[in-house]
Ligand binder design. Structure first.
Ligand code: ADP
Length: 660
C-alpha cells in the first residue's frame, strides 16, 4: 500500500515535470533552420536558471557564430536545469528520465553542456545503454580540466576547459592592494561557489601563505551574507571577492548585482572584486571582462565540425581564452588605490576621454600647470594685442597727422589764392581809378568800381572772420548772443536780401513756411550767417536758370530749415567730408567757384552750439538738400531781438555773398 502511494506520488511529480519541460521546450527551442527534421539538433543544457547572465552570453556566442558563418541548419534545444536550487540525486534522476521522455532516440544529434554541473550530470549518459543520449557526442564548457571520467566516456566528449581566471583575479587584486591582509570571499552555496572557494584557497595557500587570511562568507541569501559581514570587525587591509548570485529571503528571487554590491557596501568598506561578468559596472573595483560570448563561439565551432561529419575524437579540447582584466576608474579613487599600480594591459572602464588614470596630486599639479600655461598664453595674447593696438593707434595718428598736414597745406594754398584774388581785384580797380583821376569820370562807372572794391573787401573780411570764428570754436571761445525773436521773419529777411544774388544767375528762389511765427531764442547774427552760407553755396553750385527752395516748419521740439537746390550735387563718397575744415569737392585748379572750404565747417559749429544738427542729402547733377534742426528755445530770461537796420543787414548779406 505504502509502495503504491509512493509510486503514484512519483508518477504525479513525473507528470508535472514532464509538462514543465514540455512547456520549456516550446519556449526555448531555437532554430537556426526552421526544418527540424533535416537539421542538426543540439541539446543545450544550461546548469542554471533562465536569465543567468554568464550562460546567456555563452548562448549569444552560439547564435553569433551561426549568424557570422551562415550555418543555417543547426537547431538548438535549450534546457535550464536549475542546479542552483536543486541538486540532489532524486532531482537529477527525475530530470534525466524527463529529458529522456522529451527527446526520443535519434531526435538529438549532439549535446552541449554549458557549465560543469550539467556536464557532471550528463557525461555518464553516453555510456548508458538505456538512455536516449547513449553514445551521443558531448561538447562541454566551464569544466575543470582535472574533472575525471572513464577513458571510454571521454572518447565521446570534447570541449573547453575552465581557464585559470582565479589566478588572474588574485594577481589583479594583489597588484592594486599590495598591503592586503584579509580576503572576504563572498560565495554562493553551490558547486560553482565551492569551485571558486577551492581555487582561491589553493592559490592563497600556494602563493600568499602567511601574508593573507581568507574569511569565507557563504550563503544563497543576501541577508545571510550581510549578517556574516556585520560580524567582521576589522576591515582594514581587506578586499572582498564576490562569486555567484544571491536571492533575497523575503522575495525568493535573485537580486540585481547592483543591489547585492550596494548591500555588501553597507557592511564592508573594503574594495570589491569579482570575476563574474554579472558584477561588471555594478559598483565593484574590478575583475575580468566577459568572455561568455567568445566561449559560445568556440563551442559552436566545435558543434559545426560535428555537423560536418568530423568525429568527436578528432575535435581537440581547448582552454577558455584568458579574460582581460578591467578596473572601474571612479572606484580606483574611491578606495584610494594608487593609479600607478594599474597595469597597462588592464582595461579602465567608465573613464571619460579627458580623464587620466594618475594620482590625485598629479591631477592637481597638471591642473595648476595647465592654468599657469593658460594664464601665460592669455597674458602674452594681451601684451601682443596691446602692442598691436598701440602700433595701430600710432599708425592711425600718423595718418591723421598727415591728413591734418595736407589739409593745412591745402588751406594755406587755398587761403593765399583766396586772399590774392580779391587783393588783386582791389589793386587793379584802384589803379584804374588812379589812372582816371585827371579824367572826367562817369558816376555809374565810378560806382561800379567802388562796388567792386567793396565786394572784394567783404570777401577778405569774410575770410578773416571765418578764420577767427573757427579758431574760437576750436578753443571753446565761440559764445552765442541769444535773443528772442520770430525766427520766420529773421530767415525771410535774409532770404529776401539774397534774391538779388540769385537773380544774377537767373536762379528762381522760393521761400515757403508752414507757420508765420515761430518764437525761439537764437543768436540771430550767427543763424543769419548759417542760412546765408547755405544759400550762397546753393547759388554757387546751381546752374543758371536753376531753382532754390527755402522752407521751414516745426517738428516735435525742433525748428527745421531746409535749403534745397537742383544744382550740381555732391558725390556720395565726398558727403562725409564737406563739413571738414577747408574741404572742397573740386580741387583748387579745376574748380569753377571761389571759396575757402570753411563755410560749412562754421555752419556746423554754429548749429551745434545752438544744440542742433545739420543733415545733407545730395545726388550728382540732381541737387543738394541741407536740413538744419534747431531746438525750440523758450527760456525766459533772454532779451528780445531788436531788428537791425536794413544797412546792417545788407552788410551781413554782402559779406556772406561776397564770393559768389
Ligand atoms: P566753400 O567756401 O568752398 O563753399 P563750404 O565749406 O561752404 O566751402 O563748402 C565746402 C564744399 O562743399 C564746397 O567747396 C562744395 O564743393 C561743396 N558744397 C557745399 N554746398 C554745396 C551745394 N549746395 N551744392 C554742391 N556742392 C556744395
Amino acid at each position: 500500500m505504502t509502495i503504491e502511494i509512493s509510486k503514484s506520488k512519483n508518477k504525479y511529480i513525473l507528470i508535472l515535470i514532464l509538462i514543465c519541460i514540455f512547456t520549456c521546450k516550446l519556449v526555448n527551442k531555437v532554430h537556426a533552420n526552421s526544418t527540424k527534421d533535416k537539421g542538426f539538433n543540439v541539446l543545450v543544457l544550461n546548469s542554471y536558471h533562465q536569465g543567468h547572465i554568464w550562460e546567456t552570453s555563452i548562448f549569444n556566442g552560439l547564435l553569433s557564430y551561426i549568424e557570422k558563418n551562415n550555418e543555417e541548419d543547426i537547431n538548438f534545444n535549450v534546457e535550464y536545469l536549475d542546479f542552483r536550487n536543486n541538486y540532489d540525486n532524486k532531482y537529477v534522476k527525475s530530470l534525466k528520465s524527463m529529458l529522456n521522455e522529451k527527446y526520443t532516440k535519434g531526435s538529438i544529434d549532439a549535446i552541449y553542456t554549458v557549465d560543469d554541473e550539467a556536464y557532471d550530470v550528463f557525461s555518464s549518459e553516453v555510456l548508458n545503454k538505456n538512455s536516449n543520449f547513449y553514445k551521443l557526442p558531448i561538447i562541454f564548457s566551464g569544466v575543470d580540466n582535472k574533472a575525471t571520467g572513464m577513458k571510454e566516456e571521454k572518447s565521446y566528449m570534447a570541449g573547453i576547459y575552465h581557464g585559470d581566471d582565479s589566478l588572474n583575479l588574485i594577481n589583479l587584486i594583489y597588484d592594486l592592494n599590495p598591503n592586503m591582509k584579509n580576503i572576504n570571499l563572498i560565495i554562493e552555496d553551490s558547486k560553482y561557489g565551492n569551485s571558486v572557494k577551492y581555487e582561491i584557497d589553493r592559490l592563497i595557500k600556494t602563493y600568499l601563505k602567511e601574508k593573507v587570511n581568507i574569511r569565507y562568507i557563504k550563503g544563497n541569501y543576501i541577508e545571510d551574507i550581510t549578517s556574516q559581514l556585520k560580524k567582521i570587525k576589522n576591515s582594514d587591509n581587506t578586499v572582498n571577492i564576490i562569486a555567484g548570485e544571491f536571492q533575497s529571503i523575503s522575495s525568493k528571487t535573485y537580486k540585481s548585482p547592483k543591489y547585492t554590491v550596494d548591500e555588501i557596501k553597507k557592511y564592508s568598506n573594503a574594495p570589491i572584486y569579482s570575476n563574474d561578468q554579472t558584477y561588471m559596472n555594478a559598483g565593484i573595483v574590478g575583475g575580468h571582462i566577459d568572455i561568455g560570448k567568445e566561449l559560445g563561439e568556440i563551442a559552436c565551432e566545435m558543434l559545426v565540425k560535428l555537423r560536418k561529419g568530423v568525429s568527436i575524437e578528432d575535435i581537440k579540447n581547448t582552454t577558455e581564452p584568458i579574460a582581460k582584466a578591467y578596473v572601474d576608474y571612479k572606484s580606483i579613487y574611491k578606495y584610494n588605490i594608487n593609479p600607478f599600480f594599474v597595469d597597462k594591459d588592464v582595461n579602465v572602464m567608465n573613464k571619460e576621454i579627458f580623464e587620466f588614470l594618475i594620482p590625485i596630486w598629479m591631477k592637481w599639479l597638471i591642473l595648476i600647470m595647465v592654468m599657469v600655461i593658460i594664464i601665460v598664453i592669455l597674458v602674452i595674447i594681451k601684451i601682443v594685442t596691446k602692442r598691436r593696438k598701440i602700433k595701430e593707434k600710432e599708425l592711425e595718428e600718423k595718418q591723421k597727422a598727415l591728413e591734418r598736414e595736407k589739409l593745412k597745406s591745402d588751406f594755406i594754398v587755398n587761403l593765399s589764392h583766396e586772399l590774392r584774388t580779391p587783393i588783386n581785384i582791389i589793386l587793379g580797380t584802384t589803379r584804374v581809378l588812379e589812372c582816371s583821376a585827371n579824367k572826367e569820370i562817369n558816376s555809374d562807372y565810378l560806382l561800379e568800381k567802388i562796388e567792386n572794391i567793396n565786394k572784394n573787401s567783404y570777401r577778405l573780411l569774410k575770410i578773416s572772420n571765418n578764420i577767427i570764428d573757427i579758431t574760437k570754436a576750436e578753443s571753446g571761445m565761440f559764445k552765442l548772443k541769444l535773443e528772442k525773436c520770430n525766427i520766420v521773419s529773421v530767415i525771410e529777411n535774409i532770404f529776401e536780401s539774397s534774391l538779388y544774388f540769385a537773380k544774377r544767375k537767373n536762379i528762381k528762389m522760393i521761400f515757403d513756411t508752414k507757420e508765420e511765427e515761430i518764437n525761439t531764442a537764437i543768436d540771430v547774427f550767427q543763424i543769419q550767417r548759417v542760412i546765408l552760407n547755405l544759400i550762397s553755396n546753393a547759388i554757387k553750385f546751381t546752374y543758371e536758370n536753376g531753382n532754390i527752395n527755402l522752407s521751414m516748419w516745426t517738428e516735435a521740439e525742433n525748428i527745421i530749415i531746409e535749403v534745397e537746390d537742383d544744382g550740381e550735387g555732391i558725390p556720395s563718397d565726398k558727403l562725409n567730408y564737406i563739413f571738414y575744415r577747408f574741404y572742397q569737392v573740386e580741387n583748387l585748379y579745376t574748380r569753377k567757384n571761389e571759396g575757402s572750404g570753411i563755410g560749412l565747417c562754421i555752419v556746423k559749429e554754429i548749429v551745434e552750439i545752438h544744440g542742433g544738427k545739420i543733415e545733407i542729402e545730395s545726388e550728382v547733377n540732381k541737387g543738394s538738400k541741407f536740413r538744419v534742426y534747431l531746438p525750440l528755445n523758450l527760456e525766459k530770461d533772454i532779451p528780445d531781438y531788436e531788428s537791425l537796420s536794413i544797412i546792417d543787414n545788407t552788410q551781413t548779406v554782402n559779406l556772406e555773398m561776397s564770393d559768389i
